[in-house]
Design a protein. Structure first.
Length: 219
């Protein structure tokens, strides 16, 4: 979802694509897990994140909620899941005793791109480097695509773009309705259609997503 930020204050002033080199490599994050703590509800999960988590952990969406690994919060008028921070340290439930990520192979997209963020404009997005967010030094240059480490990166970017602007359109639609029941029913529909309903492992995720999105756009 959108955030109001001043790019001059938070970035190095550059925008990056998959083939660009960016100074983001933290050397495996050895001895540091600051980005896994105190993030509140900011690590919002998209359908691909949930697909990756549920298939990787062999857990259902409901299981992850019951185990308090994820939670539901309101984001610009829409109820969406996010990684839950818990305990005295306010840390991610997937952070183990050694301060390492237990779900690293199938971690969410926002975790994969950190310390980069996404800058949306003109119906698409590019990446930017958040210069004040990661405390791990020194950082070395790495190709953006390698750092993100996501299969079929172009297809994934197309999915992220489509999902973002779909939610943005729904958010604007919600802003202009006074019917509280519509907002609730819309959020419940999105949760059931894109998160609760299991994705088949044997079928391409993106094909399944497109089918569900086509139905949702009829609302």
């Amino acid at each position: 979802m959108d955030r109001e930020i001043d790019m001059k204050e938070v970035s190095d002033g550059k925008l990056y694509g998959l083939r660009d080199m960016v100074r983001a490599d933290c050397g495996g994050c050895e001895g540091c897990c600051e980005c896994c703590r105190g993030m509140g509800s900011s690590i919002v999960l998209d359908p691909y994140d949930i697909y990756h988590l549920t298939t990787g952990l062999n857990r259902s969406f409901e299981d992850l909620l019951k185990e308090e690994k994820i939670e539901l919060n309101l984001a610009e008028g829409i109820v969406l899941p996010n990684l839950k921070m818990a305990g005295q340290m306010e840390q991610c439930g997937f952070l183990n005793e050694d301060g390492r990520c237990d779900i690293h192979p199938f971690r969410p997209g926002m975790c994969r791109i950190f310390p980069m963020g996404r800058y949306y404009e003109n119906g698409g997005f590019q990446y930017f480097l958040q210069v004040h967010e990661c405390k791990k030094e020194p950082k070395t240059k790495i190709k953006v695509q390698k750092w993100i480490d996501t299969p079929n990166p172009k297809q994934n970017e197309a999915f992220i773009t489509e999902w973002h602007y779909f939610l943005k359109a729904l958010s604007k639609r919600i802003e202009h309705t006074e019917e509280g029941g519509f907002r609730k029913s819309l959020s419940m529909y999105l949760l059931k259609s894109f998160y609760v309903k299991p994705y088949e492992k044997a079928v391409d995720f993106y094909e399944q997503f497109e089918e569900r999105l086509a139905e949702a756009k009829k609302l």
